[in-house]
Design a protein around this ligand. Sequence first.
Ligand SMILES: O=C(O)C(=O)C[C@]1(C(=O)O)C=C[C@@H](O)C=C1
Length: 248
Amino acid sequence: MPVNTRSAHPGPSVQGRSAVRAPSARARCPRPALRAVAWLAGPAAAVVLLTACPASAAPLPLSSAAGPGHTSGAPPASGHRAARVQGEDGRGFAALAGLSAERLELADQVAAAKLRSGTPVADPARERVVLEEAARKATARGLDPVVARRVFRDQIEASKAVQRGLLQRWRAHPEQRPTGRPDLAGEVRPALDRITTGLIDALTEVAPRRGTPGCRAALTTKAAGQAVQRRFDPLHSRGLSRALASVC
Ligand SMILES: O=C(O)C(=O)C[C@]1(C(=O)O)C=C[C@@H](O)C=C1
């Protein structure tokens, strides 16, 4: 069931409809002025991007433009050259950034469910399932399962950081608490599982770029774009940076 956590801003689709209400434009982009979105681009570098919060930015239609359908619908990468060309046009990076951002928006739903149920943010048994599934899908696509596990460990840590931040915020500001009660097992986790498939496809696509000098710059550009388009607040922006930390 749709849950209005903070606004009428549409979020990622759960079972084909807009089920997550992402933080409002005001919550995520409090001033319509230039904002600095600081990116921890890696242990050695911090890339600061000055970005304007657009007046009416809408979330990217990731499921059609950069999501699993897009990546799996792309022509098969036959050999190194095809993979390199796909990497060069940025689709894999766009998909990685978009799906990671979508996953983080679902953290709002997870946190709302946990607020209602009183269950802890960390669920080690579920984490094992997520990591196993990522490794299994990676192996099936010829991607190193160790890489997949590492990236999904980051995705999970990012989700937990966002959830904890939201729960803290909601404790301090009860008026901001979401009113709905998302169905974690029935809707939110299945949505997360669908994102897993797309993320593995995208990771497979960018695999030839891992360890190359341009990898982090390409990824950071796409991630910063997502943060702006989705009007991420600092909590979600940091989460996105964390979620993508091991990709390159
Ligand atoms: O499914 C949950 O309960 C979540 O909080 C999501 C998630 C994840 O990112 O997949 C994050 C933290 C939990 O420890 C387990 C899984």
